[in-house]
Each structure stands twice: as structure tokens, then as C-alpha cells.
Design a protein around this ligand. Sequence first.
Ligand SMILES: [Zn+2]
Length: 346
Amino acid sequence: MLRSPFLLTVAAVVLGLVGLTQLNTPVMQVLSFATPTPTATATPLPTNTLTATPTRTQTPTRTPTLTLSATATATFSPTANRKATRQARATQTAAAPTATLTPTATHTPLPVARSARVPILMYHHVGDLPPDADALRKSLTVSSERFNEQMKFLAEQGYTTIHLAELVNHLQTGAPLPEKPVILTFDDGYDDAYFNVFPTLKDFGFKGTFFIIGAPTDYGSPGYMRWEQILELYENGMEIGAHALTHRYNLGQFRASIQDSEIIKGNQLMVDHLPNWTPLFSYPSGSYNQYTLGLLKQLGYIAAVTTKQGALQTSQAPLELRRIRIRGEWNTSQFLYWFNYWSSRP
Ligand SMILES: [Zn+2]
């Protein structure tokens, strides 16, 4: 209750000030948005406006040029903020804002087609064979001694190991690669990757890419790396990719619901355990179809490796990168022969 004209006046003044302050807030916002910083307008790449789109959510008065240049360069970086990267990719690639699981039948053509001859070596086990090893296991297992010889060959020949993210960045932006780039991939997430591969790579100053099968890792199945070990690889400069949830299905031969389960659940485990994870994929047994490609694209995957033999990688097909399978039964001269053979072919 107001008991005097004086108090009434004071109250009126106070109310007036409050009203002005409230009015001022949007005015100030509009003013600040209308003043772009010099760095915002200097972003040169055409992709910048696309990648930064998800950050423009606060107000319709912002213009597309008021974007963050930092998110543009973060797109292909392994240390990029995962959420921003995935949102940005979804915006770049998907026509619909909602990420439906309908596969896109074709790749969207990129502005500049680019190719690069980069051998991506495919390993599975590195270490000793179990006593009961069958022919498949023998073929999938390279002994520690042979593996060491192979790394020595690459080092002596002047090869530099790079990450898949670097290759894709090169294919899509033209960012330079070292003169003789090579990528080392290790499928399935066996614990010999941690005990045998990791120390050898460190000795040579090399980096590798390790593809993890979600379920056996998460269950702590014997013979598979645990999340702590995978995290240690990751924090020591190794690249980590997904290799489906169970690896039981040749994805290209199965219906959408199976593929959804294998890929989306496997993806979630990686997101849950690896901070700022960049989505990379290896097709179990090399099997995929158009639905698989569409799903990976919509989930923001930047690269996926196949079992197609070859070393010529193209910007049109970053989700269909070729590899060179390294066989356990090869001696060193066979390794050299086949490495050179496939490295020089499409
Ligand atoms: Zn596999």
C-alpha cells in the first residue's frame, strides 16, 4: 500500500526505470549483433558458413556472415568438438534438418574432386599365434618380429604415418600431406594392439588407427582391449574408430534395423567413452551397401575403410577408402612386393 503522494512518485520513477532497462536489453542485443567483428567477415572458405550454421540459433537478426571461423577449421580435426562437428556435418550433408535414417542413394558431389595415393595398411592381430590357430587366424596374425621389420621398412623408406582425418581433410580442402604418407589401421580392438602394436609404434614415432568392436570391449571379453587401454591409445595420439557393435553381421547383406542397431549402438559406446571423438568406421568383413553409407553420413562419419584392395583414395568416396591387407604368412620380401604392388595401383 502506498501511503503518500511522495511514495507514489518514487514508485512511479522506479517502475519507469525498470521498464526502460527491459526495453534496452533487446536493443543492445540487436546493436551488438549488427556489429560484426573483423575476423567474422574474413573467413575465406565457402564451407565456413555451412559449418557454423548450428551455432546461429539465438536470434533471427544475426546474418549468416556472423559465423565462428574456429568451427570451420575444426571440422576435420580429431580434437574438434564432437557435437559441433556432427551438427555441422548433418547440416552440410542432409537435406532435412531432422536426421532420419532413410539412406541417401548417392554421394553429394563435392565442389573439387581430388584424389591421393595413400596406402592404408590393414592389420588384425600382431603377436604370437595361439597353439590351436587355424588358417584364418594365421593369415590375420603378423608376428611382433615381422611387424617390427615392416615398421622399420616404412621408416627407412621415408614414410610418414598420418591419420584418416588428415587424409580426408586433404581430399576435401587440399591441405598438404607429408611426401610419403601411409596410414596404419588395426581392426577388431584385440588386446595385442595395446601390448604389441602400441609400444612398437611409439618406438618409431608412428601413429595408428584402431577400430573397436563395441560389445566385446564393453563386456570386457578376454582378448579385447578395455576402455582404459583404448583411452590411453587415444590420449597418446592414436586415432580410434568404430567397427560395429558385435561384428556378427555383414552389414551390406542385412536389413535396415540390423544395421541401425549395429552402427548406432556401436557409435554410442564410442561417444560415451572417448571425449570429442571423431567418427570413423571400418566395415566388418568389408561389407556395406547404400543404406550403410547413408546411415554413416547422417551420423556424421567423416571416413570409413573397406577391404577393397588399393591405395588411390578420392574425395568423392571418403566412406569407401581402400586398404592393403597385410597377411600373416608373408615374409618380409613378400610384404615389400605386395606393399609396392598395391601402393602403385588404383
Ligand atoms: Zn573386423
